[in-house]
Design a protein around this ligand. Structure first.
Ligand code: SF4
Ligand code: SF4
Length: 128
């Protein structure tokens, strides 16, 4: 799977990508030659719309994730902070129990307890 060589440059992926809609992406150019443009795969929102719409079955999203895993472009600081927060306590946001209580109360939601680091690590099968 993945098959970037099957791209016929029809532009369908461009019309459905939310990041393309705000001018932040260049999927077709990137697929044709990833080295040819200054392009960040970290802009992708992981919505899968491009992959579902592609008439050629190009796994566009999978290709972007492959590039992320390759590590050639470090994750932006905000992503790294979110990863650390998830790893530490199961939430992407750095929010205290008190802050969470205030926000949920303001929205009329019942209180929930933040997971402790040990619980978060067990849920994520994190073994360090
Ligand atoms: S929708 Fe598929 S075939 Fe069309 S430009 Fe995008 S990747 Fe290429
Ligand atoms: S998965 Fe990424 S590249 Fe594809 S449409 Fe969504 S934001 Fe765009």
């Amino acid at each position: 799977m993945k098959h970037p060589e099957l791209c016929v440059q029809c532009g369908t992926c461009v019309t459905v990508c939310p990041v393309e809609m705000v001018g932040g992406h260049a999927i077709v150019t990137w697929l044709a030659d990833p080295e040819s443009i200054d392009y960040s795969v970290w802009l992708c929102t992981s919505c899968w719309r491009c992959q579902e719409a592609c008439p050629q079955g190009v796994d566009i999203y999978e290709l972007m994730m492959e590039q992320r895993r390759a590590g050639n472009e470090p994750a932006p600081a905000g992503y790294q902070a979110a990863f650390e927060n998830v790893r530490a306590r199961g939430l992407a946001m750095d929010v205290s129990q008190e802050e969470l209580d205030q926000v949920r109360a303001a929205w009329g939601l019942e209180a929930v307890r933040l997971p402790t680091p040990n619980i978060a690590r067990a849920l994520l099968h994190y073994d360090e």
